[in-house]
Design a binder for this molecule. Structure first.
Ligand code: NG6
Ligand code: CA
Length: 522
């Protein structure tokens, strides 16, 4: 193992002052003026659709998550930690760019054929860390688009993660339920047979290819809504795919595949500062636990894949420990959006939920403007550096860019992204004062303990997923301190507060709140 000083950087300034000193004062030659900077590794663990109430440390009693709990109880457990959106792509966009997703009109749930959502000239978290001397890697779910919109999956696929700052990438393009169902390493489909090229289409099927809709006899998992196009591994997906047989993933092995890649990445880069973005696929649909985890939760596949994800996180921590890196690594764990039970497959998530409450005390879930859409488990852990602490400070994943820039000594910052490093480190409980919340292109506003949801047309509830979306004909105003579950709309009784919140919201967001047309103010 190389010495610790190998991991440190000599600041240019230190070298310059040393050289100046040498030329003017021979005595200074004895000791160089070294300005050393220790760069901690950064590991960001991102679950997919894990709810506020899905974690033991956040109050779950039926679901066991000992490894996440270990991080939560040994680090800062945020009770007011937010994803930037109630769905995946916008949250991931905000995480990497530090920009509110509603600033980019294309930041919506993307199909597997979507072009890259991040401009290659845009500042990103991995880019700024690279500038500071980090090696940067992503393993897991991408879902931020690839290429320019007409990707040839049989050639190098780009631009993608490697063009927005990652030195290494091992990803799935979109989601586990969307084609292409293959892994892509540094832009190349893994195990692709050139004799069996991949074709992808989100509009029409390829002749002769079976689909979930027409060939129910081929399915081991039945679709409930959507998810009735191409069949891979007995599971019907969103979108059509032909070819690429040898490259197709086996869903039940996905957790192990990503884990091993993440562990290998850590081992390969133990001698230099690294940033690893470990983007787990669980508990997003289709929930496909490895045999080792089937039946472990008593809640069917959704619970089982949470147990599996928790195990993966434990194994990753073990690797950091074994490599002697745990004391030099900041781990941040969160989820890209809130929970959902039935997200399109008959997988017993609803039937076997028992007393478990994935949203905890919060209202709504994935896709919702209510709190459970975006308020998620949010944990920072750094052995020996962060003291165990429960923080009520408001923090968003959007803040990670500027906060981590600050940790790495980078001067970069993005306006939407606040420097909350001291909050992340548990040294301060003064978080942000206000935050724009987003769910499927609609936006709401939190300031202090108050939440304002403007009027939106559209159903109060998405009946298929059985989640209240937050749409209402009038303004909604909630006081989270007294009413965490958002049961009492105070918009009428607190008219002054309502006006104050509208003004503060519009100052950031403007008057066009989202794509769903506003109703007249009543
Ligand atoms: C929805 C899918 C849902 C899930 C979601 C994306 C249907 C009916 N539903 O459109 O199953 O894939 O997109 O989830 O197709 S996310 O966590 O990546 O945002
Ligand atoms: Ca998600």
């Amino acid at each position: 193992m190389l010495s610790k000083s190998f991991r440190s950087r000599y600041l240019l300034l230190g070298l310059i002052s040393f050289c100046i000193a040498c030329s003017t004062n021979p005595a200074a030659q004895e000791k160089p003026v070294e300005a050393e900077k220790d760069l901690p590794n950064i590991v960001f663990i991102y679950a997919d659709d894990l709810g506020y109430g899905d974690v033991g440390a956040y109050g779950a009693t039926e679901m066991k998550t000992p490894n996440i709990d270990r991080l939560a109880n040994g680090g800062v457990r945020f009770t007011n930690g937010y994803a930037s959106s109630a769905t995946c792509s916008p949250s991931r966009y905000a995480l990497l760019t530090g920009q509110y997703p509603w600033r980019n009109k294309r930041a919506k749930i993307l199909p597997g054929t979507a072009p890259l959502l991040i401009d290659t000239a845009q500042l990103t978290l991995p880019k700024l860390l690279s500038e500071e001397g980090y090696h940067t890697g992503i393993v897991g779910k991408w879902h931020l688009g690839l290429g320019h919109g007409n990707v040839n999956w049989n050639e190098r696929i780009g631009p993608g993660p490697n063009e927005v700052g990652f030195d290494y990438s091992y990803i799935m393009a979109a989601t586990q339920d969307r084609v292409p169902t293959v892994y892509i390493e540094d832009g190349h489909v893994v195990r692709l047979d050139p004799e069996d090229p991949i074709q992808i289409d989100y509009k029409k099927n390829f002749e002769g290819e079976p689909t979930g809709k027409d060939n129910p006899e081929l399915l081991k998992l039945k679709w409930h809504h959507g998810h009735n196009s191409s069949i891979v591994n007995g599971i019907p997906r969103i979108g059509f795919m032909k070819g690429g047989e040898t490259a197709k993933w086996v869903d039940e092995n996905m957790a192990d595949t990503f884990l091993v890649r993440a562990q290998d990445y850590i081992k390969a880069h133990r001698e230099e500062p690294f940033f690893l973005y470990y983007a787990l696929q669980q508990p997003h649909v289709p929930r496909t636990p490895h045999d080792r985890f089937v039946g472990t939760s008593g809640m069917g596949p959704r619970g089982d894949v949470i147990v599996e994800a928790d195990w993966c996180i434990g194994e990753l921590i073990k690797t950091l420990e074994e490599e002697g890196l745990l004391e030099n690594t900041l781990i941040v764990l969160s989820s890209d959006n809130g929970p959902v039970l039935n997200d399109g497959y008959y997988d017993d998530a609803v039937e076997k939920i028992g007393d478990h409450t994935p949203s905890g005390p919060l209202r709504g879930g994935k896709y919702s403007l209510f709190e459970a859409g975006t308020r998620v488990p949010f944990i920072s852990y750094w052995k020996g550096k962060i003291e165990p602490h429960v923080s009520d400070a408001m923090i968003s994943q959007i803040d990670l860019l500027t906060s981590i820039a600050s940790l790495a000594g980078s001067a970069h910052k993005v306006d939407d992204s606040q420097d909350l490093l001291s909050v992340l480190m548990g040294k301060s409980d003064v978080g942000r004062d206000e935050l724009i919340l987003e769910a499927t292109t609609r936006t709401a506003f939190r300031k202090g303990d108050w939440v304002l949801i403007p009027p939106y047309k559209g159903p109060a509830k998405n009946k298929q997923v059985n989640i209240e979306l937050g749409n209402h004909a009038d303004f909604q105003l909630y006081n989270l301190k007294e009413d965490l579950s958002q049961q009492n709309n105070l918009a009428h009784s607190q008219a002054d507060k309502l006006q104050e919140m509208i003004a503060a919201f519009e100052a950031i967001r403007g008057t066009d709140y989202g794509s769903i047309q506003q109703l007249e103010l009543k």
